[in-house]
Design a protein around this ligand. Structure first.
Ligand code: HEM
Length: 441
């Protein structure tokens, strides 16, 4: 039997917005390659989405990220299916009804442009400096050692009990632990509530997946439900903290003033949720994806196991390789000329970070997983500039601590099944489960 070749990819047929495809097959690497090669600034018009400029080259993403005066964050933060735009707007109205304020106000500081953005981001930035991370290094290392050792015990015990049927979920038993613990501890969230914060974040980003919803609930009802629960929880925490301000993120938000006025309750709630959610979701997925990448590349894994000094560069390569954040969007505030294309005022540009991370003009042999890659100017945390990830230092330290602690047990792990993915709003490439087991010697 002759098997026909799949139809050749063309610009007219290229599809980079089918979230089922991301979930079931993975990222559209070949499609991004084609766009970078033939149309790096491409006017993408497809049913289901408002048209946008797809930006796929590293240099262009850097340019747009570093010109917030030309490309604004305030209108639309990420690509949304056209049918969901109305739902998103209604959710914003409901949320401000709850928290006070105006639906036109920025829900959190990612939506702000300079100069306001700097003022608001600056309120919490001191918690994320390399100096602060250095001070927390030993603490992270200790937590990571404990989490990894508990995980290793579980994997061994499960194998002893179930033999070749053994299967332990890497995501919930390991990857999620340190990110949620670290950001909650920094935020001043009591330890008994960390699991709850984790569950809310899971639902917030995974509401499209029926697994995260109550029976009969729609995605927007699920988002609404946890919005109410989380707001009530924050309110209570805020009232308690006001009586006893400390050195944590929440206390800083409560003390903060911008232009002589304190933050509104809506701002405090929005910023706090942003930090807690951004702080655990992305790092968890990068850890899970990193373990898989190492298992898939045994030579690289062995190098890491043999030489602990490779942990920092391995973490950078894992960040590039996994490219967990898929895209952010900006809106042109005036007509801008880029590579001969005119982006008109009001048009959207969508920055595809994973594509930048395979740009052959920047990375030699970009599809090779190389834990010694140097230089490694990846855009996992964004293309620099105004909105560059606030938690990049934190995420790096957490990942270094986890992969350092994992080194001795990595060779004893094997994947039981492919990862189960959850693609949140085409924004984060999430791994909801990754079953692993002990590899017999
Ligand atoms: C591996 C983990 C992480 C990845 C891949 C990641 C990725 C990103 C990306 C791509 C952006 C957008 C950058 C841009 O628009 O230029 C971003 C922004 C942001 N991230 Fe992260 N992030 C991670 C971990 C964290 C952590 C641990 C926190 C802790 C709070 C955090 C907080 C934020 C915040 C607050 C912003 C918005 C910054 C602003 O608008 O000024 N992220 N992140």
């Amino acid at each position: 039997m002759v098997i026909a070749d799949p139809p050749a990819l063309t610009l007219d047929s290229v599809d980079i917005t089918d979230s089922d495809r991301y979930r079931d097959i993975g990222y559209p690497w070949a499609e991004w390659d084609l766009l970078r090669r033939e149309a790096p600034i491409y006017w993408y018009q497809r049913p289901g989405y408002e048209p946008f400029w797809a930006i796929t080259k590293h240099a262009d993403i850097r340019y747009i990220s570093s010109h917030p005066e030309l490309f604004s964050n305030s209108q639309m933060l990420r690509l949304n299916e056209a049918s969901k735009l109305g739902t998103a707007a209604r959710q914003r109205v409901r949320s401000t009804n709850r928290t006070g304020g105006d639906p036109d106000d920025a829900p959190d500081f990612i939506y702000l442009d300079p100069p306001e953005h700097r003022q608001h981001r600056g309120l919490v930035a001191r918690h994320f400096t390399p100096r602060m991370m250095k001070m927390l290094e030993d603490h992270f290392a200790e937590m990571a050692d404990n989490y990894v050792s508990d995980f290793a015990d579980k994997v061994v015990a499960d194998f002893a009990e179930r033999g070749s049927n053994s299967a332990v979920d890497l995501v919930h038993e390991l990857s999620a632990k340190l990110p949620v613990a670290a950001i909650c501890a920094m935020g001043g969230v009591p330890e008994e509530d960390w699991d709850q914060i984790f569950r809310w974040t899971e639902i917030l980003v995974g509401a499209d997946d029926p697994e995260y919803r109550l029976p009969g609930e729609s995605p927007s009802q699920a988002t609404e439900r946890i919005g109410v629960e989380w707001f009530r929880y924050n309110n209570q925490l805020i009232e308690e903290r006001k009586q006893n301000l400390g050195d944590d993120l929440l206390s800083d938000l409560l003390r903060a003033e911008v232009d002589g006025r304190p933050l509104s309750p809506a701002e405090i709630h929005g910023y706090f949720v942003l930090l807690l959610a951004a702080g655990n979701e992305t790092t968890r997925n990068s850890i899970s994806g990193g373990v898989k990448a190492l298992i898939d590349h045994p030579d690289q894994m062995q190098m890491l196991v043999d030489d602990a000094s490779l942990v920092p560069s391995a973490v950078e390569e894992i960040l590039r390789w996994t490219s967990i954040v898929i895209q952010f969007q900006r809106t042109a505030v005036e007509d801008v000329e880029l590579r001969g294309q005119t982006i008109r005022k009001g048009e959207s540009v969508v920055l595809w970070y994973p594509s930048a991370n395979r740009d052959e003009d920047v990375f030699e042999d970009p599809y090779r997983f190389d834990i010694q890659r140097d230089p490694n100017d990846h855009f996992a945390f964004g293309g620099y500039g105004e909105h560059f990830c606030l938690g990049a230092n934190l995420a790096r330290w957490e990942m270094r601590a986890i992969f350092h602690a994992l080194r001795p047990i990595l060779p004893n792990l094997e994947l039981v099944a492919p990862p189960e993915n959850v693609i949140a709003f085409l924004h984060v490439g999430g791994i909801k489960r990754q079953m692993v087991r002990h590899r017999p010697a």
